[in-house]
Design a protein around this ligand. Structure first.
Ligand code: FUC
Length: 784
């Protein structure tokens, strides 16, 4: 109590000054570089670049460079909608079986009658590979390759005899091309051949419009109503020397320098239309880029990238460990004191999001944008029972709100395709999506009932529409998002059923992703996660309809149904129950990688410190789950421990993820490579430093910001600038010896703010576009 009074008194003594917010964020150039002293031997050592739509992996080899590339609309198959007209008739029986305790029979029936047709989705495809042969570059010295997160440029540099060679490679969203510049410090030294190759059997290689040209076709999905094809073209522009284009290759000799422009496009227009002209697109992109100088293209690229990247800086301190190549730092992370590597990992996540998810592109799939296989793990789809959502956890708080847009576009699409699935498979209004979707926006249950019969994927995605509103207060956005959220809610209004035992409303049949209740059976009614997601969805729709002043009747329906949803329950060992029944300890995999019921703690805020019983139960559940898991599972646990305010356990999960779950190029390992762990860890680091919530009153949101809720002891000194918080705030903080020293909070919308530090509250009114500065006095606050 004494402590409490002391802190309150001290916080109240803070001087709050309104100042003009003009803080510019600068990044220390040297510290944001991934570097290596050898070329990549494996794909997961190569360095990723991307402009949102085009991606490439740069190996940095000296005599035979490999640049493997992707185009984000290049998938297998063609437009389809996998509804199952048999499903509806089986639904009542499946429900009855679940309610009678015959889950195994129910699951069997679902497998036989209720899955999507076909019960698998399309595969994301690689677009091709560019090979560059440099005669005589087998033996080199002074080798270094790097990815500079300040500029989004990969550089490869080495010496052959006394000539220094340098390559710079990047993908620019401004000119829609990937650019490779080759230079040497002695004139006439640039000699190479350039060739395309592809892993697909069906491909064509030719020369057209004085360019190298590669065409490949997507594979791996049946019922094609046409084909997706990807066309890539390469144009080489050399300074002096000789350029020949013959035998499907470029041969360049004696040039001073060369610029290679690479463009790719498909015939995809949208999920329902593949009538595009890839040839025309690549022709246009190359012709327009070729009119510009390399320096102009590079400057435009850096400007477009930095405009987003530079919004946030993170300083956790630096030690000598940072002098080592990145692969060695990763290996040593758990033993070494290398706080800067965590900052680099955080910024790498932001780099990846900017590189694979820009307005107008496809959202980040399981591998973001980067894939070299025609049969990638889990088809590199959009798995929406955690993975796709996790990809977007850092979007708003790390100030990359526009990177969220491709996900919103996907949600808009599945709200259309999912309407058909709702009507045909369930006889219901609204829309739904099960546990995966793909380029064609398929929404049916796939794989098998055990993994795929889960109706709540689309509803979970809808939370992201609300998150965007919470951060931006954008009413125009909410107007467009509301009908989509309403459609998702409508599906549950129509399909929630009363449980015969507890008389509560539940989903049925469903499952708690992808955990078994008993031997190979996951089918159940009303798993905790479903109820949490639907509660959030109904809440958000109720608030949105009030803010927009529409749909009073629907609001009433939602309010009534919300009151009858099955509640969260605490089980016999004090755990938060994952299912309606108290069986968490007897299931086959009590340490299962999915921690679905903890959705209520994060990303949702239904469980907080001010719901102490549930808070303690969530902690118990997380303890029971243990610290193992796949990359994304560990990443989720960083966020969860941060929200339990257990700073060192959050750090322990981060340390385990970085040191044991990371490839040399810093891609996260499921294993295999899956990008969700990268984004989940970026979010986790953010949630350790700042957490935010919104509150709703009188048709308005207010913000609640918690500063340093889980600052690990490993990061005693540091600062973070430019984070965004719910309610519309921008946050800069600095800390020293584990104590907050400075906080600058800029109010973007003029909303009310509740600010917390060390569990104590400062209530304040904010003014739009003004910054509150909580200055030096914080020092005495902590000291007393
Ligand atoms: C879910 C997870 C797996 C994997 C897959 C893509 O099914 O359970 O671990 O991440 O998605």
């Amino acid at each position: 109590m004494a402590d409490f009074n002391k802190t309150v008194a001290l916080l109240l003594s803070l001087i709050l000054t309104s100042v003009c917010f003009s803080a510019t964020v600068t990044c220390d150039q040297d510290n944001l570089i991934l570097f290596y002293d050898a070329p990549a031997a494996e794909w997961v050592e190569a360095l990723p670049i991307g402009n949102g739509r085009l991606g490439a992996m740069v190996f940095g080899k000296t005599a035979n460079e490999r640049i493997q590339f992707n185009e984000d609309t290049f998938w297998g198959g063609s437009p389809y909608n996998p509804v199952n007209p048999q499903a509806l008739a089986a639904l009542p029986q499946a429900r009855q079986l679940v309610f009678q305790g015959e889950a195994e029979q129910a699951q069997k029936l679902i497998d036989e009658k209720m899955m999507a047709v076909p019960s698998y989705q399309a595969r994301y495809q690689p677009a091709g590979e560019l090979k560059l042969f440099f005669p005589g570059h087998e033996k080199v010295t002074d080798y270094r390759r790097q990815l500079d997160l300040n500029t989004a440029v990969v550089t490869v540099e080495y010496k052959v005899a006394d000539v220094t060679y340098k390559r710079r490679i990047f993908s620019t969203p401004v000119d829609h091309v990937t650019v490779i510049q080759l230079t040497a410090d002695k004139p006439g030294s640039i000699n190479f051949d350039a060739q395309f190759s592809a892993v697909q059997k069906r491909k064509d290689l030719k020369i057209e419009d004085a360019c190298l040209s590669l065409g490949v076709y997507g594979v791996g999905h049946h019922k094609a109503t046409g084909d997706l094809r990807c066309r890539s073209r390469l144009k080489v522009l050399a300074e002096n020397g000789d350029v020949k284009l013959e035998d499907n290759k470029y041969i360049v000799t004696g040039a001073d320098s060369a610029v290679l422009l690479l463009a790719s496009a498909t015939n995809y227009i949208n999920y329902n239309d593949i009538g595009g002209d890839p040839q025309a697109k690549v022709k246009k992109h190359l012709e327009e880029a070729a009119k510009k100088s390399f320096d102009d293209i590079l400057a435009g690229h850096i400007q477009a990238y930095q405009q987003m990247f530079n919004r946030v800086s993170l300083d956790l301190g630096i030690t000598d460990a940072a002098k080592l190549p990145t692969n060695e730092r990763l290996k040593n992370f758990a033993q070494n004191n290398d706080p800067q590597l965590a900052a680099l990992y955080f910024q790498f996540g932001r780099y990846l999001l900017i590189s694979c998810s820009r307005p107008g592109t496809q959202p980040a799939n399981l591998q973001g944008l980067w894939n070299d296989s025609i049969d990638p793990p889990w088809y590199s789809k959009y798995t929406i029972n955690i993975n796709t959502q996790m990809n977007y956890w850092p979007a708003e708080p790390t100030n990359l709100s526009e990177c969220h847009e491709p996900l919103f576009a996907l949600i808009k699409d599945i709200a259309v395709t999912g309407r058909k699935t709702a009507a045909v498979n369930y006889g219901a209004g609204g829309w739904l999506c099960h546990h995966n979707t793909d380029l064609w926006r398929a929404t049916g249950p796939i794989d098998n009932a055990f993994y795929g019969f889960w109706p709540t994927g689309g509803a979970w995605l809808c939370q992201h529409l609300w998150y965007h509103y919470e951060y931006t207060g954008d009413n125009d956005f909410l107007k467009k998002a509301y009908p989509i959220m309403k459609g998702a809610a409508q599906f549950f209004v129509d399909t929630l059923v009363e449980h015969p035992k507890n008389k509560r409303l539940v989903t049925c049949p469903s499952m708690s992703p992808e955990n078994a209740l008993f031997d190979k059976v996951s089918t159940c009614a009303g798993p905790t996660m479903d109820m949490q997601i639907i509660r959030d969805l109904f809440n958000n729709c109720i608030m949105a309809s009030e803010i927009l002043d529409i749909d009073a009747d629907f609001r009433k329906v939602l309010t009534q149904k919300r009151a009858r949803l099955a509640p969260m329950q605490i089980g016999n060992v004090g755990q938060l129950q994952e299912w309606l029944e108290d069986i968490d300890l007897t299931v086959p995999e009590p340490d299962h990688r999915h921690v679905s019921h903890l959705y209520g703690l994060f990303p949702s805020s239904q469980i907080r410190k001010d719901t102490p019983k549930l808070f303690a139960a969530a902690r118990k559940s997380l303890e029971l789950r243990g610290d193992g898991g796949t990359g994304w599972s560990k990443a989720w646990k960083i966020n969860l421990w941060a929200h339990l305010q257990d700073r060192d356990h959050a750090y322990k999960m981060l340390s385990s993820l970085i040191s044991t779950g990371t490839y040399p190029n810093m891609f996260n390992a499921h294993p295999p490579f899956q990008i969700d762990g990268n984004f989940g860890a970026t979010s986790g680091i953010c949630e350790m430093l700042m957490q935010s919530y919104s509150h709703y009153e009188d048709k308005k949101l207010s913000g609640e910001i918690y500063l340093l809720p889980a600052l690990p002891t490993a990061w005693p000194n540091g600062s973070v600038k430019g984070l965004r918080a719910r309610g519309g705030f921008e946050v800069n903080i600095e800390w020293k010896d584990g104590k907050l020293r400075l906080a600058e909070i800029k109010s973007l919308l003029g909303n009310k703010l509740k600010l917390l530090y060390a569990d104590k509250v400062i209530e304040t009114q904010t003014q739009k576009d003004k910054t509150c500065l909580y200055n030096e006095k914080l020092k005495s606050a902590d000291d007393n």
